[in-house]
Design a protein around this ligand. Structure first.
Ligand SMILES: [Fe+2]
Ligand SMILES: [Fe+2]
Length: 358
């Protein structure tokens, strides 16, 4: 039997595809992620305009806000106002970080415009509480405005996971404040804080935070689907290092941190149970230990195309559930594009990653 010519073998080897047949290239995956971002962003804006178009001045009967709240509630509102002051920083910095992405950069602008209402709404609450003098509020605002917030991560993927965790944590802060404002707190010192205007304010903002959380969560699933190893790694980095935004730079940050714990508004147990555990469930992730093990294994797999790295994390997540969720998202975008006519000119379609979703 003749042995094949060495040149032919070399040529065949050179032409061998660098990734298994059926898997998408990086460029194809990035294009699909961007399609999902733009489609979801469009859907989001329409929904936001239709269902959450509230105004910080006119949507609340501020004159009816109580002026005899407990010191804890007064301080909570001062803290929320401070935390919501950094909209110009995180909006502008994330817009620039993601400016090449139509969907992500425009979403950040939209997101910032909604967060800016939160800041103005808490200012109104602070003014109408009448607990502080006008001079004090102006001084406080001035001092806060001198502080610039820096992004905790310098890449868009880590910032995506940071935003998810931060939006969920913020939402819980406001929902637990709404419980106090409903007179439902178990803390004796907060039993007399029932106030329908404050409740309305906290619930209105919490609804925005849910919408922000859901946007970022959907996009995280898309990353998890097309880049499982990178996404899980970024998620664990963020979870391990997460701290509520801006607490370290606020003049009263330590005091506010202690206050949210003491009032049951937020804390480490809430983070573990209502942030981390919920996030794992919603992303179809098995659990912290499994993810850490998967990430560790994926780091040990040398593969220039990332394929084996990605499959090394499959024990840490229900990949079929992730695929189903991403298909649902593309379905939602398709329905929106059919409604608006965009489907006639530039339709978005789901394309499988090629990884076996068993
Ligand atoms: Fe907010
Ligand atoms: Fe938010």
């Amino acid at each position: 039997m003749l042995s094949p010519d060495a040149d032919i073998i070399k040529e065949i080897e050179e032409q061998r595809p660098r990734r298994p047949v059926g898997l998408l290239s990086k460029r194809e995956k990035d294009t699909l992620i961007e399609r999902a971002l733009v489609g979801l962003y469009r859907w989001y804006v329409a929904r936001s305009q239709a269902t959450r178009n509230w105004n910080p001045d006119k949507s609340f009967n501020w004159r009816a806000l109580r002026t005899d709240h407990s010191p804890e509630v007064n301080k909570l509102i001062e803290g929320f106002y401070a935390v919501e002051q950094f909209v110009p920083d995180y909006t502008s910095k994330q817009v620039m970080l993601t400016r090449k992405s139509h969907g992500r950069a425009y979403f950040h602008l939209r997101w910032g415009s909604e967060e800016q209402k939160h800041s103005d709404m808490w200012l109104n609450a602070l003014l109408f509480l009448r607990h502080r003098t006008l001079g004090w509020i102006k001084e406080y605002t001035h001092a806060l405005r001198q502080i610039e917030y820096e992004l905790p991560w310098d890449d868009a993927l880590h910032m995506l996971f940071y935003a998810i965790v931060q939006e969920r944590a913020t939402q819980l802060n406001y929902l637990n404040t709404a419980v106090i404002a409903r007179g439902g707190s178990e803390k004796p010192e907060l039993k007399g804080d029932a106030d329908p205007i404050l409740e309305q304010a906290a619930v209105t903002i919490a609804r925005d935070e849910v919408a922000h959380y859901s946007f970022f969560l959907e996009i995280a699933r898309v990353y998890l689907y097309y880049y499982p190893a990178r996404a899980l790694e970024a998620m664990m980095d963020v979870l391990k290092n997460f701290a509520m935004p801006a607490l370290d730079i606020l003049p009263n940050g330590a005091e506010f941190y202690e206050l949210v714990h003491r009032t049951g508004v937020y804390g480490t147990r809430i983070f573990a149970r209502d942030v981390m555990q919920v996030l794992f469930e919603q992303l179809s992730v098995t659990g912290r230990k499994a993810v850490e093990e998967g990430v560790r294994r994926s780091r040990q797999v040398p593969d220039e195309n990332g394929v084996l790295r990605d499959t090394a994390v499959f024990g840490a997540l229900d990949y079929k559930a992730v695929e189903d969720a991403v298909k649902r998202l593309f379905g939602k975008i398709k329905t929106y594009e059919q409604e608006t006519g965009l489907a006639d000119v530039d339709p978005t379609s789901f394309v499988a990653s090629g990884y076996a979703a068993t």
